[in-house]
Design a protein around this ligand. Structure first.
Ligand code: TYD
Length: 200
C-alpha cells in the first residue's frame, strides 16, 4: 500500500503520517515513512538547495526539475524496494505538491509537470492521498515565529493558488485524493483517515 499526505505548510500532515505509521505498526505491518523533498542522502542535498532562502534566483524549470529529481531518487532507493518487500509506504508530500506548488502556485504548465512527474516516479502512483486542508490564515498562524524557508517565504497570493490547486486536484482525482478538514482535532483527522482506508 502506498499512501501520501498533502497540504499547504502547517496543515498538520507530518503529525498524521506519524499516527498512521504507528496505527499500522500496532496491526503488525511493516511501514516505511519518508518526507519530500528529502529522505535519501542525495534527496536531502537537493532539499537544502531548494529550501535555502539565499537561493532566490532558482528558475521555475530548475525548481520543478530539482523537486522531481529528489523524488526520482527516493522512488528508486526507498519506495520501489519497500513496495516490492510488501511494506506499507507513507510519504509526506509527493507528486501533487509539484502540481499544486509549481503548477497552480508558480503557474507552470500542468501537462509538462505531469510528464516529468511520471518520468520521475516510474508510474508508481499512490493508492491513497490525504489532502489536509487549512485556510491561509490558519497556515500563517501555525507558522508564526518559525524561521521561514525559501518556499514558505512566498506571499499569501501564492499560497491561495496552491491551496486552490490542491482543491482542484481533489476534484480531478476523486478516487485517489481525499480532502480532510484540517481544522478538526488531530484524533478526528486520524480516525477519518482510518475509516477511508478501512472502507476500501
Ligand atoms: P518542508 O519543510 O518539508 O515543508 P512541510 O513540512 O510543510 O512539508 O518543505 C517543503 C517545501 O517545498 C514546502 O513548502 C512545499 C514545497 N514543495 C514544492 O514546492 N514542490 C514539491 O514538489 C514538494 C515535494 C514540496
Amino acid at each position: 500500500m502506498f499512501i501520501t499526505f498533502e497540504g499547504i505548510d502547517g496543515c498538520g500532515k507530518t503529525t498524521q503520517v506519524k499516527l498512521l505509521k504507528s496505527y499500522f505498526e500496532t496491526k503488525g505491518f511493516e511501514v516505511i515513512s519518508v518526507r519530500e523533498p528529502g529522505s535519501t542522502k542525495i534527496s536531502e542535498q537537493i532539499r537544502s538547495i531548494l529550501l535555502n532562502s539565499k537561493n532566490t534566483d532558482i528558475g521555475l524549470e530548475s525548481e520543478a526539475l530539482l523537486f522531481s529529481s529528489a523524488r526520482a531518487q527516493i522512488v528508486k532507493e526507498v519506495i520501489i524496494p519497500s513496495l516490492n518487500d510488501k511494506k506499507i509506504v507513507i510519504c509526506d508530500r509527493f507528486i501533487d505538491s509539484t502540481l499544486a506548488y509549481q503548477g497552480y502556485g508558480r503557474g507552470m504548465d500542468l501537462k509538462k509537470l505531469d510528464v516529468i512527474s511520471s518520468f520521475a516516479i516510474k508510474d508508481n502512483y499512490p493508492e491513497y492521498t490525504f489532502f489536509i486542508d487549512i485556510s491561509i490564515e490558519e497556515s500563517k498562524k501555525r507558522l508564526n515565529n518559525a524561521s521561514l524557508d525559501r518556499m514558505e517565504s512566498a506571499g499569501n497570493d501564492f499560497f491561495t493558488r496552491v491551496r486552490n490547486g490542491f482543491i482542484e486536484l481533489t476534484k480531478v482525482n476523486p478516487n485517489r485524493i481525499h480532502l480532510i478538514d484540517g481544522k478538526l482535532s488531530v484524533r478526528m483527522i486520524h480516525s477519518r483517515i482510518i475509516n477511508i482506508i478501512n472502507r476500501k
